[in-house]
Design a protein around this ligand. Structure first.
Ligand code: ATP
Length: 394
């Protein structure tokens, strides 16, 4: 991991010990710099994972994960397929027993070396991918299902309250086959929220909805969770979903949490190349730091545009993170061009062009839909980013 370690992007909030940052292989050690990203154990954490590891035979799916989840927050595990996010969620639910580590829920240890509380005795609600509604029960009966301790009147009142929360008051008597996908999701949420769990777990909650509905329901699910005041942990591989609904995002790679923080923090200040490349349409420009300048395949620019640049890094080969909105292409004569357009993607309001540089690297640039370039057109590129760029030693 040290080879991909970020050196610059958290400098403004960190100590001045630049040497330590350069050699420190533990990215998570630095993520706590901004107070709203902090992951230190606190007395008020609703959920706490400490050194949680889950191995399946020789394969370690979750590797020494530690995390604190605060009351009322929505935290999302984000990562590529197979990175261990579902297994982490299942260990929280009690559907998997950790091989090592400790999990605390609402102040009580639910899994450690000596104890394991089964799922039905944990105060967690789960919203499954397929919503898992009972087909033969009405919406009201589905929601009331978990209210085993309530008498009939209490149960009726709670179901009314939840139907109102998820805006399904007029649909209480329907059965699931009479509901749209979005309505099923609302009922599934209401059912899981009914017993007021300490933590609500959501497993890829939008994967069963079509693309348009998915975007609409993101806002709705966030509104419902916030109005309910529940602490929630969700899992997704969809970065846009994670960034848009979450209070904090935990980016996972190969069983580890690479970075935890507010969506803006992990997107704007990714602490490893993995996090950078997983979020946004990232490209990396190979650069050489020299005399306060950085030479790249799109020209030489001032090194002060690099987040946390310091002359101590002069002479270092670096990779500079550029996303499509950081670069602008302009048609150019072949001899003056930085590269040629090799593909273009029309996405309605904008074009995303892929430009192959003379250096062999490829970058993407975002243009308004009226700015059309042809394939193979030579272009020069200008760095237009109005924010500090993240960079990594090569
Ligand atoms: P996806 O987005 O594809 O669901 P994920 O990040 O949720 O992926 P996990 O399902 O947690 O990943 O799986 C992590 C690793 O653990 C994978 O390599 C997977 O094959 C392995 N794994 C998960 N469950 C089991 C199991 N019951 N037995 C053996 N290996 C498993």
């Amino acid at each position: 991991m040290a080879s991909t370690e970020h050196v610059g992007t958290t400098r403004s909030t960190e100590s001045d010990d630049t040497t330590a940052d350069r050699t420190d292989g533990d990215a998570s050690a630095r993520t706590g710099a901004a107070s709203d990203d902090a992951n230190a154990p606190t007395a008020e954490s609703v959920l706490s994972l400490s050194g949680v590891t889950k191995a399946f035979g020789p394969e370690t799916a979750v590797d020494d994960v530690s995390l604190e989840v605060r009351p009322g927050e929505l935290l999302t595990f984000l990562g590529p397929s197979g990175c261990g996010k579902t297994t982490t969620l299942r260990t929280i639910a009690g559907l998997e027993e950790p091989t090592e580590g400790r999990i605390t829920l609402g102040g009580d240890v639910v899994a450690d070396d000596d104890s394991f509380v089964p799922p039905e005795q944990r105060d967690v609600g789960i919203v499954f991918q397929n919503f898992a509604l009972f087909p033969h029960l009405s919406v009201r009966e589905n929601i009331a299902f978990g209210l085993t301790d309530a008498d009939a009147a209490e149960s009726e009142a709670r179901v009314d309250e939840l139907l109102e929360l998820v805006e399904m008051t007029d649909h209480g008597e329907k059965t699931p086959d009479q509901l749209s996908g979005g309505q099923k999701q609302r009922v599934a949420l209401a059912r899981s929220l009914a017993p007021e769990p300490d933590v609500l777990l959501l497993d890829e909650p939008f994967s069963n909805l079509d693309v348009r509905l998915r975007v609409e329901m993101r806002e709705e699910v966030r509104r419902i969770l916030k109005e309910a005041g529940v602490t929630a942990v969700s899992v997704t591989h969809d970065q846009e979903e994670a960034l848009s609904i979450s209070d904090r995002v935990a980016v996972m790679n190969d069983g580890n949490i690479e970075q935890v923080g507010r969506p803006e923090s992990v997107f704007e200040r990714p602490e490893s190349k993995f996090v950078a490349s997983f979020l946004g349409r990232a490209s990396f420009l190979e650069g050489e730091l020299r005399d306060g300048k950085v030479d790249t395949g799109v020209g030489r620019f001032d090194a002060v545009t690099l987040e946390g640049y310091d002359t101590v890094y002069d002479g270092a080969p670096v990779d500079v993170l550029v996303r499509p909105d950081d670069l602008r292409a302009t048609p150019a004569a072949s001899e003056l061009a930085d590269g040629v357009v090799t593909s273009r993607q029309y996405v309605g309001p904008s074009f995303v062009y892929r430009v192959e540089l003379d250096s062999g690297e490829a970058v993407h640039c975002l243009h308004n839909h009226v700015e059309e370039f042809d394939l193979d057109e030579p272009v020069s590129l200008e760095l237009t980013a109005d924010h500090p760029l993240a960079w990594y030693p090569r």
